[in-house]
Design a protein. Structure first.
Length: 281
């Protein structure tokens, strides 16, 4: 019998998740269906209970429900450590005993794209994460786990950057890492340079330039924007400095591959799926 999965969000009609997961299923011989489901802004929990009743096996969660998903899973099931640290859930598994498990695959997706697809080794590199919203919190632990020598989190609102560094401080206390982590405002980055600069802000949506100096991009640096499907002002600025530039399409596909593995126990090939989506754009 075909196992049913979906992506749930609002809006959700733009999501490429059905194409990605259906392609994964064809690759790996998995008998699944996958669709988009629009949930009312005030009706996430009711929609999840409806899907469980209808026999769905799991969902991916997109904006604006990742924080609500964490709350739901916390009340009704088990939140795995990465999702707990990210304070957000993007993948929910519905088990046969009616329990639910929440995961967050965003950080793993980012690291897999940077390390495997872009061939960039984060170990002992200086890393700058721009922004400290939900997208940033989803990647903190995996980025720290990649063992950078310096990890700076920068945000317009300094208190939010500090909040993110407190999470890293907790991780440092639980590991032998010697990485240095600090919070900075955008206007305090002028005397620093980085090997990897990641933009987790939503400025790409509004085509807004970030108030960051060109000097943050070290020689042979990688500038990575989590936004995909457009050439953002951040990417344009980085390219002008000579940095290698990448968008977040690889992260999208890789986080989906991790969710697919969580659900099905098999790892799909991702390169051809990324190429397929590029060609459709």
């Amino acid at each position: 019998m075909t196992d049913k999965y979906a992506v749930i969000g609002n809006p959700v009609e733009h999501s490429k998740s059905p194409l990605i997961h259906q392609t994964f299923a064809k690759q790996t011989g998995q008998d699944i269906s996958y669709e988009r489901i629009l949930a009312p802004l005030d009706g996430f929990e009711a929609k999840i209970f409806e899907l469980i009743k209808q026999g769905y096996k799991g969902v991916n969660v997109t904006v604006p429900f990742k924080f609500e998903a964490l709350k739901f899973v916390s009340q009704h099931g088990v939140v795995n450590p990465l999702a707990d640290q990210a304070r957000a859930v993007n993948t929910i598994t519905f088990n046969e005993n009616s329990s639910v498990v929440g995961d967050n695959t965003d950080g793993i997706g980012l690291i897999n794209d940077i390390a495997h697809n872009l061939k960039f080794d984060i170990s002992n590199k200086k890393v700058l994460l721009l922004g400290s919203g939900g997208a940033a919190f989803g990647v903190l632990q995996p980025l720290f786990g990649a063992n950078p020598s310096l990890f700076v989190i920068s945000n317009r609102t300094f208190s939010k950057a500090e909040e993110a560094t407190k999470i890293i401080a907790g991780l440092i206390g639980a590991s032998p890492s010697t990485a240095v982590c600090m919070a900075k405002q955008f206007d305090a980055l002028g005397d620093m340079e980085f090997d990897l600069v990641i933009n987790s802000t939503s400025t790409g949506i509004t085509d807004t330039a970030l108030p960051i100096p060109n000097t943050i991009f070290a020689k042979d640096s990688l500038a990575y924007d989590m936004m995909y499907g457009r050439d953002t002002p951040f990417m344009q600025q980085a390219r002008e400095t000579g940095a290698q530039v990448a968008d977040g399409l690889g992260m999208l596909v890789e986080q989906a591959a991790e969710a697919f593995y969580v659900w099905r126990g098999v790892r799909p090939e991702t390169q051809s799926v990324m190429q397929q989506i590029r060609e459709l754009s």
